[in-house]
Design a protein around this ligand. Structure first.
Ligand code: DX5
Ligand code: ZN
Length: 237
């Protein structure tokens, strides 16, 4: 089986919210590729978390890539706020807006990576057309809203179908379609991020079917060494 480089994005939701800047630095020094920041609005999901001010504070403490996951309605209206706060990528939910294409385009126009997130129950058939318009898809492997939930293995098939579609249609990094004659390694693989209940075992299952970016909260922050946990996840396949 082909091996993808795997990126690890620890979820700050499992950190001590009273020490966000120290936690962000700890994540950076532990060798993560990004920090996953969950934004919840109390409507799209039954929970409230962090907003742009917190993203701004985290931005001041680290130069690590800030991977912001918006679990909120009307994400378009908040794009500029999160961009100004220092987000590097913004992922919003397919199920949360009727303006999916405009929102993806606007995030890119702001110079940031655009991600589209899908709840576990949303079917694969909704995904393909957006692969050409986004930098990443985020496939939720739990119902969004809370950390520490159990991984839903039904989603593995959707991950597999998404990677298969990318392979079959030559979709690479940033939704770019590789052209005949182009060296297949000229562009990195398209980013398929998985989020929810990821540990050594479930992470391995996701990587084996094509995921190349793992978000993990509960598992990583319950390890004695965050750095070891990140290393284990990165090499778990
Ligand atoms: C859940 C969030 C996740 C969460 C993952 O709605 O989107 O990012 O923090 O945490 P674990 O790894 O604990 O499931
Ligand atoms: Zn998340």
């Amino acid at each position: 089986m082909r091996k993808f480089p795997v990126q690890i994005s620890p979820s700050i939701l499992s950190c001590d919210f009273g020490r966000l800047s120290e936690e962000a630095q700890r994540i950076e020094h532990s060798g993560a590729d990004a920090i996953h920041i969950d934004v919840m609005d109390g409507h799209f999901v039954p929970n409230l978390t962090l907003g742009p001010r917190a993203v701004e504070a985290i931005r001041r403490s680290t130069s690590l890539f800030l991977d912001v996951h918006l679990m909120m309605y009307n994400p378009f209206d908040y794009v500029e706020m999160f961009v100004q706060a220092g987000a590097d990528s913004l992922s919003f939910h397919f199920e949360a807006t009727e303006d999916v294409e405009d929102t993806l385009a606007f995030i890119r126009k702001c110079g940031k990576k655009a991600g589209l997130a899908f709840r576990p129950e949303t079917s694969f058939s909704m995904i393909p057309k957006y692969l050409y318009l986004s930098d990443m898809v985020l496939l939720m492997t739990v119902s969004p809203g809370f950390g520490g939930q159990e991984f839903m293995s039904d989603v593995l098939e959707k991950i597999r179908l998404t990677r298969e579609y990318c392979d079959r249609h030559g979709i690479r990094e940033g939704g770019i379609v590789s052209q005949p004659g182009m060296h297949s390694d000229a562009l990195a693989p398209f980013t398929i991020q998985v989020d929810g209940g990821i540990n050594e075992e479930t992470g391995k299952a996701c990587i084996q079917v094509g995921a190349n970016m793992l978000v993990s909260g509960h598992y990583l922050f319950s390890q004695i060494s965050l750095a070891e946990g990140i290393k284990t996840l990165r090499n778990c396949s």
